[in-house]
Design a protein around this ligand. Structure first.
Ligand SMILES: [Zn+2]
Ligand SMILES: [Zn+2]
Ligand SMILES: [Zn+2]
Length: 379
């Protein structure tokens, strides 16, 4: 809670329900904002300053009534202003005015390196927080720079907001990114970096990129490296997702194998079961593939580990089963016990590989698990 503020929401909640609901806040699309294209821009909140007051400050700048500062800009143009106002709005300008040469009542200062019109928009903002949408679009980069150089936080926030909400594009993003880092706009640097990553191929072929490579080679390298890193992470995510799908399919195959050997399914099942070919509808997705694999395994002449590719697959499934099987005494899956004994003679390397596979397969079903399989933690 902020000291000195009243939590209105909380206050209203605690009041009797017969108290009328307060009227809504003034609409964001009132006359003033429409005229100045401010929409939902921050820092220009509703209701604090009336439209008339803002217009008065705006007029004071435009008319220059009793101005006492001459600001020299590029191309020989000048802007008239009031020392008390611009000095109060920016501590940097206050310092400049203190050291400025005086000619009678006039202080003279210079703001150069940006277009004259950008300086005019900047000074007008210091008076009234007013600006035209078109001017913001045109001079956003200059205003960003000026807001930093002359320490005007509200303009800084406004520029950031406009860039984030539409003015940042593939044409200015590289410049914005560099400016954001140089002028301490952390949020903007993250947003522009994200955009560069997204359009890296297109942007790395532009002149702006070549210029950045020349002026800030370390920065260019850092961005390129982060793109490579991001690409590797993306590939890794895809690989993990694919692995997860395979583990999940193996888990389902393990369930189906137990079900076929215990209950029988469609055309195959345990020999002692009263087996009817028109068996009830099966709920195990994996049965279909497993059924044909078991049929092949039963009839294949090469039925040895390392033999035909289908038999090899079947052996792997049987071995995996014996490793996840919770009770070989109750189990009806062929060779379950034999394979359990065989694994005791396995090399350490094979053992580690299998253990990892078992852990991943059992872990692929996060909820529940099966009473026929070992709990995942024991693997
Ligand atoms: Zn089935
Ligand atoms: Zn075979
Ligand atoms: Zn078993």
């Amino acid at each position: 809670m902020v000291t000195g503020c009243v939590d209105l929401d909380q206050s209203f909640k605690s009041l009797d329900s017969s108290v009328p609901i307060p009227p809504p806040l003034p609409s964001k699309s009132n006359g003033y904002q429409r005229r100045h294209g401010m929409d939902a821009a921050p820092g220009l909140g509703n209701g604090c300053v009336s439209t008339a007051t803002r217009d008065m400050w705006d007029r004071l700048f435009i008319d220059g009534y009793k101005a006492d500062v001459v600001i020299y800009t590029d191309s020989g143009y000048v802007i008239y202003a009031h020392a008390n106002i611009i000095g109060n709005a920016s501590t940097v300008i206050k310092g400049m005015l203190k050291q400025a040469k005086r000619h009678g009542k006039w202080h003279t200062i210079s703001i150069r390196g940006v277009p004259h019109d950008a300086v005019r928009v900047f000074i007008r903002f210091l008076y009234s927080s007013c600006y035209e949408k078109e001017e913001m679009n045109e001079f956003i980069m200059h205003l960003l720079l000026l807001s930093h150089a002359y320490v005007v936080p509200q303009l800084k926030r406004l520029c950031e907001w406009h860039l984030e909400h539409g003015l940042l594009n593939t044409e200015n993003v590289i410049d914005v990114f560099q400016l954001a880092l140089l002028c301490d706009f952390p949020r903007l640097s993250v947003i522009s970096h994200r955009m560069i990553m997204k359009h890296f191929k297109e942007l790395s072929a532009t002149e702006a990129w070549t210029a950045m490579k020349k002026s800030h080679p370390f920065l260019e390298k850092e961005v390129s490296d982060s793109v490579i890193l991001e690409e590797n992470m993306r590939k890794e995510r895809i690989r993990k997702r694919n692995d997860q799908r395979i583990y999940s399919q193996l888990y389902e195959a393990m369930e189906a194998l137990v079900h076929i050997c215990r209950d029988g399914c469609k055309t195959i099942g345990p020999h002692d079961k009263d087996f009817k070919p028109n068996h009830a509808e099966c709920n195990y997705e994996a049965c279909k593939g497993l059924e044909s694999l078991i049929r092949h395994f039963a009839g294949c002449k090469l039925r040895v580990p390392g033999g035909c590719v289908h038999c090899k697959r079947m052996w792997q499934l049987l071995e995996l089963h014996s490793r996840v099987c919770a009770d070989s005494d109750q189990c009806r899956v062929p060779l379950c016990r034999n394979l359990k004994e065989k694994m005791e003679k396995q090399s350490k390397k094979d053992e580690t590989r299998w253990k990892l596979l078992v852990k991943n397969v059992l872990g692929s079903k996060k909820i529940g698990g099966s009473p026929y399989f070992l709990p995942v933690t024991s693997c």
